[in-house]
Design a protein around this ligand. Structure first.
Ligand SMILES: [Zn+2]
Ligand SMILES: [Zn+2]
Length: 275
C-alpha cells in the first residue's frame, strides 16, 4: 500500500483558517495517512502582508506539541505555502534561509499584479482570456525557477495547484472544462522538469463543485509523457474533515498516467514512495 502524505493543508496559523493543528493530525490518523505537512500561507504582497499572520515561532511550538503526542504514529511536517510575488522574492528567500522547512510549496495566486480570485480585476476578459492570462504568469514563474536553478538556487520543492485559476473561473464563468492551452501547459511542465520542482495534484476543487482536480488528468498525463515520474498530493484542507480528501482520486490519476512515485519530502529531501 502506498504511504500517502498530504502535503498541502492549513491550520489556524493561516489567516483564512481556524482549525487547531491537533484536529488536523487526529483526522490524518483517522484516515490512515502516513504523513501530513502543514503549509501555512506566506503572502507577501503589500496588500496582504499585514493580514498574513505568519508566525514561525508559534508554528514550531505547536508542531512540536503535536509531534510529542502523535509523532510516533505518523510523520508531521512543517512546510509553507509561499505566494509567488516576483518583486518580493529577495525577502522570501531571506525568510526561507532563516528558518527550516520540510517542504516549501510555491503557489501562483496573483497574475501580473492582480489577485486571481478577485473578479473585478478581470472585467472585460472572457473565460479563455482569463485562464490564459493566469497560465502566462505560471509560465513566467516557472521560467524564473529554471533560471534560479541554473544559478544554483532551488528554494522551492513543490509547485502548488498549477491551474489554480480554474477554481475562480468556475465561480466567475461556470467553467468546468479542459484548459485549451496545450503549448503553454507544455512549457510550464517542461520548466518544472528542468527546474526540478514537483507539481502537486490539489484536490480542493473536487470539494467545490468542479469535476477535476488541479491539475486534472490531461495535464497529469502530459507531465508523464514529457518525462515526469512523480507528483505530490495536497488536499489544501482548511477544515480538519478535509485532510487527505481526494487522495485516492489523485493517486489514481498518477497511476493511470504512468507515474511511478508519489513525491514526499522530509527535511527538504525527496523521499519518493512507490505508487
Ligand atoms: Zn494556494
Ligand atoms: Zn493552500
Amino acid at each position: 500500500m502506498t504511504r500517502v502524505f498530504d502535503q498541502h493543508l492549513h491550520s489556524w496559523n493561516s489567516f483564512d483558517c481556524k482549525t487547531p493543528p491537533v484536529e488536523n493530525v487526529e483526522q490524518a490518523i483517522a484516515v490512515g495517512l502516513a504523513g501530513l505537512t502543514f503549509t501555512e500561507h506566506f503572502d507577501t504582497h503589500p496588500s496582504e502582508w499585514e493580514s498574513c499572520v505568519y508566525d514561525d515561532l508559534k508554528i514550531e511550538r505547536e508542531l512540536s506539541e503535536v509531534r510529542e503526542q502523535f509523532g510516533d504514529r505518523m510523520f508531521i511536517g512543517k512546510g509553507i505555502e509561499v505566494c509567488y510575488q516576483p518583486e518580493r522574492l529577495d525577502f522570501v528567500l531571506e525568510m526561507l534561509t532563516a528558518h527550516s522547512f520540510d517542504v516549501v510549496l510555491l503557489s501562483v495566486h496573483w497574475a501580473s499584479g492582480r489577485a486571481v480570485h478577485l473578479q473585478d480585476l478581470f472585467k472585460g476578459m472572457s473565460c479563455d482570456e482569463y485562464l490564459r492570462f493566469y497560465l502566462e504568469s505560471v509560465r513566467e514563474c516557472t521560467a524564473n525557477l529554471v533560471q534560479m536553478k541554473r544559478d544554483g538556487h532551488q528554494p522551492f520543492q513543490i509547485l502548488g495547484h498549477l491551474d489554480y485559476a480554474k477554481r475562480s473561473a468556475y465561480r466567475f464563468f461556470g467553467f468546468d472544462g479542459q484548459l485549451n492551452e496545450p503549448e503553454l501547459i507544455d512549457e510550464i511542465l517542461r520548466n518544472c522538469l528542468t527546474a526540478d520542482i514537483i507539481p502537486e495534484i490539489n484536490t480542493s476543487t473536487l470539494r467545490q463543485g468542479l469535476s477535476t482536480s488541479m491539475p486534472g488528468m490531461e495535464i497529469v498525463q502530459r507531465y508523464a509523457d514529457l518525462g515526469g515520474t512523480m507528483m505530490s498530493f495536497g488536499s489544501d484542507a482548511h477544515r480538519a474533515e478535509d485532510i487527505g480528501a481526494g487522495s485516492d482520486h489523485a493517486l489514481d490519476l498518477m497511476r493511470k498516467a504512468g507515474l511511478t512515485h508519489l513525491a514526499c519530502f522530509e527535511g527538504g529531501k525527496l523521499c519518493a514512495t512507490a505508487l
